[in-house]
Design a protein around this ligand. Structure first.
Ligand SMILES: [Zn+2]
Ligand SMILES: [Zn+2]
Length: 272
């Protein structure tokens, strides 16, 4: 099967743990046909590290250098793509514009934290289910702002806060109450020619959840959505490629016949 992992990070990101070459080697070992590195470009940097300036966090020179090394070592063994995960664009639209205009193969648009708050990843729990629901309302509103900015190829992990609220801290929350808003959001994406991502990071380590889950994939498909990538969101070599094949099965179940790949920001469709 032609497997493509379209979401991953290297040490060119503040939270990556291996070089692009090491991640690419892992992709080859995992039997992938395409591997897209999508290092972080945070428009309102959330990383709690003293050596980073406030504002934009994207180490382009590091990515360029590491990508060139990986390409020279492994470019003949796998199709290697240069992607960027552009996040928090709504907090700094100028940075967002700069980031989505960097020449590359693929861009993800992301929302990791609400305006003025830390990344959900860094939040140390939630006070109550009600607090979670209020944050989800705010999240959906800010997601609309990210989509309004546009300029990226796929919207990443649409149900990102659930990764923490539900699956880390155990709150019984979902985004079902936002079905109308999500439907509207998906329609806007489709009109703009922007796709979505099936993030399969929740299939690792015995987990059985994806971001989003199958219901939202079916909704997107029923609205005419076709552009969709599948990504592991790997930050370690051992996570590269995990869950991609299962993700393809989910896409089929949701009515997709193809997965999307990118080169120079142009989509192609690969039969699954
Ligand atoms: Zn992300
Ligand atoms: Zn990521």
């Amino acid at each position: 099967m032609y497997l493509c992992d379209y979401h991953s990070h290297s040490t060119a990101s503040p939270d990556g743990r291996a070089t692009i070459a090491e991640m690419t080697k892992a992709a080859i070992d995992a039997g992938l046909s395409e591997f897209c590195i999508t290092d972080h470009a945070e428009c309102a940097g959330f990383f709690e590290r003293g050596d980073l300036p406030p504002g934009l966090v994207f180490y382009k020179a590091r990515v360029d250098e590491q990508f060139a090394e990986a390409q020279s070592l492994y470019g003949d063994q796998i199709r290697l793509l240069y992607g960027i995960e552009v996040a928090q664009g709504h907090e700094a639209p100028c940075f967002h514009k700069d980031m989505v205009n960097i020449p590359c193969d693929f861009t993800l648009g992301s929302l990791h934290n609400l305006r003025g708050k830390p990344d959900f990843y860094y939040m140390k729990g939630f006070a109550s289910k009600e607090e979670c629901e209020a944050l989800l309302t705010q999240y959906v509103n800010e997601l609309f702002e990210i989509v309004a900015l546009g300029g990226f190829d796929c919207l990443a992990h649409i149900t990102y806060p659930l990764r923490y609220m539900k699956y880390k801290y155990g709150y019984d929350v979902s985004m079902d109450a936002f079905e109308e808003e999500i439907r509207t959001l998906l329609k806007i994406l489709i009109e703009k020619g922007i796709g979505i991502e099936l993030n399969v990071s929740g299939l690792r380590d015995g987990g059985n959840v994806t971001f989003p889950e199958i219901g939202l994939l079916k909704l997107y498909r029923s609205l005419g959505g076709e552009i969709i990538t599948v990504g592991s969101d790997a930050h370690y070599p051992r996570h590269v490629g995990i869950g991609i094949a299962k993700g393809y099965e989910m896409l089929k179940e949701a009515g997709f016949t193809h997965v999307t790949t990118f080169k120079n920001r142009k989509p192609s469709f690969v039969k699954i």
